[in-house]
Design a protein around this ligand. Structure first.
Ligand SMILES: Nc1ncnc2c1ncn2[C@@H]1O[C@H](COP(=O)(O)OP(=O)(O)O)[C@@H](O)[C@H]1O
Ligand SMILES: [Mg+2]
Length: 290
């Protein structure tokens, strides 16, 4: 299964396009879409989900044009929108049955499938309660379950980990890795750590453009040798920030430990070179292009 996106541009009624000449090849596995708010992640996902039409460009799923023939992807699609509205008076069972009916899923095994999904998102005990009484994390989990109803081959989750607590995040990760074998899974986030543990490949977006798309390991490699740490007197931090791109700071007794981006021949005295993380690479790459 492969999704090939070529020269995709999306203009809303604004000056600046939300996506500009965006091309990417997506194969099976988990792709993490990473980018600051406004980068165009949701726009891209809506276009893949055929909720929104591109201004120009092509999207081919195994050779079939999904803009001309949206049914080719809709049949195999699971989609969790960023703003997922629910029906407050339905309970989890009723809601999933309703979504199943809308998607044309029925038959003897539906009940079984719903039970399995509720188990998977840990909502079995609350399945008879109206969704209106759910917490934010529980609503998000019912959203994840509805995306999985039809045993999808293309799964799109827009900011799925928003509102999930650490345990729920772990469960979500588990669910994704159970599903990942034969599907295309696209997850978006503006938080690096959400993507870090789940995604095989990462695509970094900024201002409607693709900055890089590679396996996580290769993305991190791009920042190698560019990340440093130094201990500073607290009152020199502001001046330091004028000179270097600071990633992170942490108090260390009466001084401050600063993690920053630079080049080997332009480091502050007594700096040490440190191993880059995905977070470092993300900030390095978006800083470089910003
Ligand atoms: N329906 C819309 N009408 C006009 N502009 C929009 C609309 N949706 C998104 N945008 C704009 O498109 C850009 C990309 O937005 P979006 O795709 O939501 O980014 P992200 O999901 O990465 O935060 C932003 O500048 C946003 O304001
Ligand atoms: Mg978004």
């Amino acid at each position: 299964m492969a999704l090939i996106i070529t020269n995709l541009t999306k203009k809303y009624n604004t000056q600046k396009p939300a996506l500009t000449d965006y091309s990417i090849n997506i194969n099976k596995g988990v792709l993490g879409l990473l980018g600051p708010n406004g980068a165009g992640k949701s726009t891209l996902m809506k276009i893949i989900a055929t909720i929104s039409k591109p201004s120009s460009g092509t999207l081919l799923l195994d050779g079939a044009d999904i803009v001309q023939k949206p049914d080719t992807i809709r049949k195999v699609l699971g989609y969790l929108p960023q703003d997922f509205g629910v029906y407050p008076n339905l309970n989890a069972y009723e809601f999933l049955e309703y979504i199943a009916a809308m998607k044309g899923i029925g038959g003897k095994r539906l009940r079984q499938r719903i039970d399995l999904l509720l188990e998977g998102v840990n909502l079995t005990a609350d399945a008879k309660r109206p969704i209106g009484t759910y917490s934010g994390g529980m609503k998000q989990r019912i959203g994840i379950a509805q995306a999985l109803l039809n045993d999808p081959k293309v799964l799109i989750f827009d900011e799925p980990t928003v509102g999930l607590d650490p345990e729920e995040r772990m469960r979500f990760r588990q669910l994704i890795s159970d599903l990942a074998h034969d599907c295309i899974i696209i997850l978006s986030s503006h938080i690096v750590s959400d993507i870090e543990t789940i995604a095989d490949e990462v695509a970094i977006m900024q201002d409607g453009k693709l900055i890089t798309h590679a396996p996580q390991y290769d993305i991190i490699k791009q920042a190698e040798g560019r990340i440093f740490e130094v201990l500073l007197e607290t009152n020199t931090l502001n001046q330091f920030k004028n000179q270097y791109k600071v990633i992170d700071t942490a108090r260390q007794s009466d001084r401050i430990k600063v993690r920053y981006i630079s080049t080997k021949d332009n480091v502050a005295p007594e700096s040490i070179s440190v191993t880059a993380t995905l977070e470092d690479a993300y900030l390095f790459l978006t800083h470089k292009n910003g």
